[in-house]
Design a protein around this ligand. Sequence first.
Ligand code: NCD
Length: 310
Amino acid sequence: MRHLMNPLDFSVEELDKLFDLAESISADPAKYAHVCDGKTLATCFYEPSTRTRLSFESAMIHLGGQVLGFSEASSSSAAKGESVSDTIRVISCYADICAMRHPKEGAPMVAASKSGIPVINAGDGGHQHPTQTLTDLMTIRALKGRLGNFTIGLCGDLKFGRTVHSLINALIRYEGIKFIFISPPELRIPDYITDKLIESGIEYEEVIKLEVSIGDLDILYMTRVQRERFFNEEDYVRLKDFYILTNEKLQLAREDMLVLHPLPRVNEISVEVDDDPRAVYFKQAQYGVYVRMALIMTLLGLVSDTDTTP
Ligand code: NCD
């Protein structure tokens, strides 16, 4: 039985297969409409989410399966003091696969160690968010035609943003990637990540102003300031509007640069940018459903040789 805790749980070759499958699904979703007939996905969300939970549910429904679960800790037995280990043992009797989000780093891994069904980490604290990373990689691969040989700017809350940590972790395995980290000093990328980049000989720069580097980027990955992980509101208020991407700033960027954002957006991308063809964050959300369909099929062992031949 396989779980997904970290994007590195899949080899580069396995990820390629997963993205091939997700592309086949996007080309002909009807072909996959009954692959999960009779199967059930449990979504156990101990922390708020719109996209991740609903995209998992949408993915399972589009595969013909059923969904059940809870969307906040207060409506589960966690409110009575139940541990994630006990919860997953019980959920294993009700469902075939589980997507779990938890504010505590490592909680989905604890659950996986006691689980009778595959567990997918749907975000654990400020740590990892592997299915958002799969979504990001698929978006880059589909729209740039390659995973590698590009300069990516990650902008915003690089300290607390788990999607950023997860994406860097996954991109390290591809050739020719240069990172530009754009953040206020208080929200800079953690040292454990830059240490890893140095160790792996990967080029990176840290800058404060977006305007300075936007012209060098193939991909700009914007993120919101993670209010829920701040210790005090004053710091959040001071930093929340540090970056706002506008059409004016976008004029400094290359014609083929892509703007990605895991969403939800707060203020960091002005809505006027949505009409620019470089803004692909809503497309990215659509890719998120296809890649989760491919992941559910893969973890349930339901992929056949003909699935990637459209
Ligand atoms: C992200 C998350 O939950 O970390 N959202 C998502 O899953 N698409 C990003 C965020 O909340 O800022």
